[in-house]
Write a protein that binds this ligand. Structure first.
Ligand code: SOE
Length: 360
């Protein structure tokens, strides 16, 4: 019987709640919670069923009874908090982006590897069972040579110019909002499923609302609402992706099509229980867990799994990695660094109007 792993959660917003539920469902304990104020920490400790509220992020991260730190704060604080956790010898799950530049993510990856800790960045969409089915079909050669990767990641929670959020402010969210927040998810999933690496890209930004906020407190906006990217890969494919947080009617529509000579595969995050597989003479609608179940099927076919189960699966795989071998497909700081490399390239391309070459 292995010891129950104890987590500190830093950050009391939506992702803090998602991580806390995942810790408990994965068999862990939420030892402590830190927030931007004592009141927020206390309230979150109640919601998270935590043993205590910590007096500060540093207290939570360095506590002797904490094994694993979850960084769920606004983006600009991730590097500093991850550095503190690594220095304290803690295992770390740091929400994306790992840091605001690829120089910083590269340094964090090196430090984490030197410290010998388990490290992860929640590219959680990898943990849908149907994503693993698609990846296995491509890896097994059933799709043939992959020629095209394309899709979208569309949301509408910022469609109105009276809406705002810390992600809009570059000082808290970073230079890019839509690519840095959701474009990195799409690119991670496209590379994860296809086995390809994006090596050259052209990006365009659109800021739909140059000002945001309530009438009495309007702020200038320097981050993008929409992104289009066209790209080439290291294995001869090409692709496009459209990203938006102002696409009215789309809530969290991550949609990926991987198109090969023998089979095309479509994953739709808003309909994750079924994988669409197109062949030249038929279309297959592959129900999750129907054919070849995998380790991410926790309930039988016909009993839908969703977004929260992906985080539980991620935390469970981090627990397994702490106890032994790193499970296949765990998104680590190396993937967080890859995302930062792509993000730097997208910002450079969109701001200079030029194509940008990227190493694999
Ligand atoms: C907001 O765009 C958000 O919560 C992202 O920050 C998450 O990474 C994404 O999975 C869902 O939408």
């Amino acid at each position: 019987m292995t010891r129950t792993l104890r987590s500190a959660i830093v950050g009391t917003g939506f992702m803090g709640d998602v991580h806390a539920r995942a810790v408990r469902a994965a068999g862990g304990t939420v030892a402590c919670v830190a927030g931007s104020s004592a009141e927020r920490a206390e309230a979150a400790a109640g919601r998270f069923a935590a043993e205590r509220a910590a007096a500060s992020a540093a207290d939570a991260i360095t506590a002797a009874d904490v094994d694993l730190v979850h960084i769920c704060t606004p983006n600009a604080s991730h590097r500093e908090l991850a550095e503190l956790a690594i220095a304290a010898g803690k295992h770390v799950i740091c929400e994306k982006p790992l840091a605001l530049s690829s120089g910083d993510t590269g340094a964090l990856l090196a430090a984490a590897d030197r410290a010998g800790i388990v490290h992860a960045v929640p590219f959680a969409y990898r943990f849908y069972s149907t994503v693993r089915t698609a990846r296995a079909r491509v890896a097994g050669g059933y799709a043939g040579a992959i020629r095209l990767l394309h899709g979208t990641y569309l949301q509408d929670w910022l469609r109105d110019d009276t809406a705002s959020n810390w992600r809009v402010d570059p000082a808290l969210g970073g230079r890019t909002r839509v690519f840095g927040d959701i474009g990195v998810h799409w690119c991670d999933l496209a590379e994860f499923v296809s086995g390809h690496c994006i090596t050259r890209l052209d990006a365009q930004f659109l800021t739909a609302h140059p000002e945001r906020g309530p009438r009495e407190d309007r702020r200038r906006v320097d981050t993008e609402d929409c992104v289009t990217v066209t790209f080439r890969t290291d294995r001869g494919a090409i692709g496009t992706v459209v990203l938006s947080q102002v696409s009215t009617g789309h809530k969290n529509r991550l949609w990926l099509s991987v198109e090969g000579d023998a089979q095309s595969l479509v994953f739709d995050q808003e309909n994750p229980e079924t994988l669409w597989a197109g062949l030249h003479d038929r279309v297959e609608l592959v129900p999750r867990a129907a054919g070849d179940p995998n380790r991410y099927d926790v309930v039988p076919v016909g009993h839908p799994q969703g977004y929260q189960e992906c985080f539980t699966a991620l935390v469970r795989d981090v627990h397994d990695a702490i106890g032994g071998a790193v499970p296949d497909g765990l998104p680590t700081f190396a993937d967080g660094h890859r995302a930062a490399v792509l993000t730097d390239a997208v910002v450079r391309s969109a701001t200079t109007g030029t194509s940008v070459d990227i190493g694999p």
